[in-house]
Design a protein around this ligand. Structure first.
Ligand code: SF4
Length: 711
């Protein structure tokens, strides 16, 4: 028996796992008590690593659609042969934009996808790239780009040192933290309280996090930006403003906030004015404080403005870039900055049909169905998905399913035949997480402590590594055919990185290891991959350090507190001040500790017990609408309708119905035996592809108008 130490690849928390193995079998998965960051913590999903490795439904060979229309197992050469036969002619006849790509959330947890996915997309050369980010965090990254110059320059709450943590639309006890990499959030929150600090949660739901907070404040969905602007007003009106000296536009923000006194926003937000006055002053007067907003603040009608105002508040309370406030991580693979850069650039192109602006090289996924359906030049005729399930995870799933079914060709890199990949002509699987290496290149950029941890594969892979698959696909779209020189393309990628990092490639390494090693050696701490390999429990690089102005990428090298597009968006917030609560029910999402978007419902222990895909309805609404606890309720939006069991609970505020996303597995062709037995309903059938936040194009998933009736 041997013990392998791994970083859990499933969520943003990056917990260390101790995996006991014997031969090619997994005996157990436990938390690694010596992990420098997680110190033994793990959640039920982490234990699921064994079940995922053993899952009989996980694909072991490529799947190719036969002449009879049925997907059947195929060899790798046969699969690439089909792609090489069908994809290049489409590109040649209709142009690069005729092929769209969709990148799912698991790709962000995968160093091979992060590095070589970009290589593939560059070779593909399409403007029709979409990802889970436009149903998730791009509003936050867009606001950060406007304020600090880069979408990756995102301050995170220094929760291990703060005295006051204000969280809006965030439930890290269920999500385990997001855009805030922090294993054992519960322990870290308890530590705030143990040192005399205070935690306030603002949310339309009494979430698990709200239950452990010192205070839970109810708020109407989609009004966080108004509440945040009101807190900015309180800070200035109370004479407590203490903005960071590098911030420009402080007086503009003060002026903008003048019309948003607590009394002005109380009606629309549902938060008593005196509560806003008190919280604003508590924030400004706390020795240190951090404001943190997550999915409820980003996937809503004011997503970018709410994200902006989170950091405006951090800044004007004197908490930006100081210990205990909101700070900028410095991962081991990243360099220190130069203090200025090109700044935010969006809208370099627009989507063909509705003219949605490009964001971080993508078009919003809410546009994907219309780009497939609408005839004309650049119509999308083929799709490549990488670790994504957009037919469950993105708006108006039923329309997108019809559109995807009409494609001329589709390739999916995925481990399952799921709701999306069942439409693919070719599915290329990936090794089990235990058969590949791991380093959280994306997530260490949001970590509340600077750490680095590399995991080598535990078992030899029984199929090509993802980076090899991605490069073979790259060869095809680049016109080199199905047997392109993968090693040669990899060497070119490595040479490019070597030039950027100013180090020589290690001749003994290939693939992501060679790239990662160069990034580490060129990085801020001068580490190497060998250093990480010698430290199976990770390397602790210490608490976050102040990084202003070095981390800034704005052209002037200062913090832009009042970027013009966000200042202009305040007009919409003004209009919202006059809204009246009209009895319209609105839909919001819900996270569950044992669920991870759509893709872990085939692991028995994670779906056992009572069905968790239910509609939470307040008792007053239930009585008014004739909905009874446990009975089916029909939920209808402009674009769709689902029926699911109701849970009548005062954990949700009146006027709000809460349904988790990622469910709805009982559709034809899905080969997920366990998930089908716990199918649930797909909440994204209700999400409206026309309801997007105007700045980022991100889908509004929190605050969708719906009606309820007994089913
Ligand atoms: S919290 Fe996240 S990283 Fe930690 S064990 Fe659970 S799924 Fe894995």
């Amino acid at each position: 028996m041997a013990t392998a130490f791994r970083t859990c690849p499933f969520c943003e928390a990056t917990c260390g796992l101790a995996v006991e193995v014997e031969g090619d079998r997994v005996l157990s998965v436990r938390g690694d008590h010596d992990d420098v960051f997680s110190k033994g913590f793990l959640c039920p999903k982490g234990v699921g690593l064994q079940a995922l490795h053993e899952d009989p439904d996980r694909l072991r060979t490529p799947m190719v659609r036969g002449a009879d229309g049925v997907l059947r197992p195929a060899s790798w050469d046969e699969a690439f042969g089909v792609i090489a036969e069908r994809l290049p002619p489409l590109l040649a006849e209709h142009g690069r934009n005729a092929v769209a790509a969709y990148i799912g959330n698991p790709a962000a947890h995968n160093i091979a996808s992060l590095i070589y996915g970009r290589v593939l997309l560059k070779a593909l050369g399409t403007r029709n790239i979409c990802s889970a980010s436009t149903v998730d965090q791009y509003p936050k990254q867009m606001a950060s780009a406007y304020m600090f110059g880069g979408g990756g320059v995102v301050p995170v709450p220094d929760i291990d040192r703060t005295d006051y943590l204000l969280m809006l639309g965030a439930n890290p006890l269920a999500s385990n933290g997001s855009l805030m990499t922090a294993p054992d959030v519960r322990g870290r929150l308890k530590a705030i309280q143990a040192r005399g600090g205070r935690i306030v949660v603002v949310d339309p739901r009494r979430s698990r996090t709200a239950q452990v907070a010192d205070e839970h404040v109810w708020i109407r969905p989609g009004t966080d930006a108004l509440a945040l602007m009101s807190l900015v007003h309180v800070v200035f009106a109370s004479g407590l403003a203490d903005a960071h000296p590098l911030a420009d536009g402080v007086e503009v923000v003060e002026r903008l906030a003048q019309d948003f006194a607590p009394e002005a926003v109380s009606g629309v937000t549902g938060i008593p004015a005196e509560t806003l006055w008190r919280i604003g002053r508590e924030l400004a007067e706390a020795p240190t404080a951090a404001v943190y907003g997550r999915i409820g603040t980003t996937t809503q009608r004011f997503g970018t403005s709410a994200s902006w105002l989170v950091d405006v508040l951090n800044c004007v309370t004197g908490n930006l870039d100081r210990p205990g406030g909101a700070m900028f991580p410095l991962p081991a693979h990243a360099k220190r900055g130069e203090g200025r850069g090109r700044g935010a650039r969006f809208g370099r192109w627009t989507s063909r049909v509705r003219g949605a602006a490009e964001i971080f090289g993508e078009i919003p996924v809410a546009c994907l169905a219309e780009e497939i359906e609408t005839p004309g030049d650049d119509q999308v005729r083929a799709l490549i998905t990488i670790a994504g399930n957009p037919l469950v995870s993105t708006p108006n799933s039923e329309r997108l399913a019809r559109a995807v079914a009409s494609l001329e060709f589709m390739v999916s890199l995925d481990i399952y035949v799921n709701e999306t990949t069942r439409h693919a002509d070719v599915i290329l699987p990936a090794p089990s997480p235990l058969e590949k290496s791991h380093y959280d290149a994306a997530l260490y950029g949001f970590a509340v402590r600077n750490v680095a941890n590399y995991s080598a594969p535990v078992f030899a892979a029984t199929m090509p590594q993802e980076w090899e698959t991605l490069l073979r696909l790259t060869g095809i779209v680049a016109g080199a055919g199905p047997d392109a020189d993968v090693a040669g393309i990899d060497a070119m990628v490595a040479a490019d990185v070597a030039g950027r990092e100013g180090v020589e490639p290690d001749p003994e390494r290939v693939g992501p290891e060679r790239i990662l090693d160069m990034m580490l050696r060129g990085g801020a701490y001068g580490l190497s991959l060998a250093d990480l390999e010698a430290a199976p429990h990770g390397i602790d690089l210490g608490p976050l350090e102040p990084r202003l102005p070095e981390t800034l990428k704005t052209p002037v090298g200062r913090v832009e507190l009042a970027p013009e597009p966000l200042v202009a968006d305040v007009e919409r917030m003004h209009a919202a001040l006059g809204e009246h609560v009209n009895g319209q029910m609105v839909l919001i999402g819900r996270r569950d500790l044992r669920s991870n978007n759509s893709w872990m419902h085939n692991l028995p222990k994670l779906v056992s017990g009572p069905l968790r895909c239910t509609a939470h309805v307040h008792p007053d609404d239930a009585a008014r609408l004739g909905v009874t606890d446990g009975a089916l309720v029909r939920v209808t939006s402009r674009v769709g309708e689902i029926a699911l069991p109701a849970e009548v609970t005062d954990d949700v505020m009146p006027g709000v119905v809460s349904i988790p996303h990622g469910w709805g597995h009982d559709v034809d062709g899905v080969e997920l035996r366990v998930a089908r037995e716990h199918a649930g309903s797909n909440s994204n059938v209700l999400a409206d592809e026309d309801l997007v936040e105007p700045l980022s194009g991100t889908a509004v998933l929190n605050g969708i108008p719906v009606s309820l009736s007994p089913a």
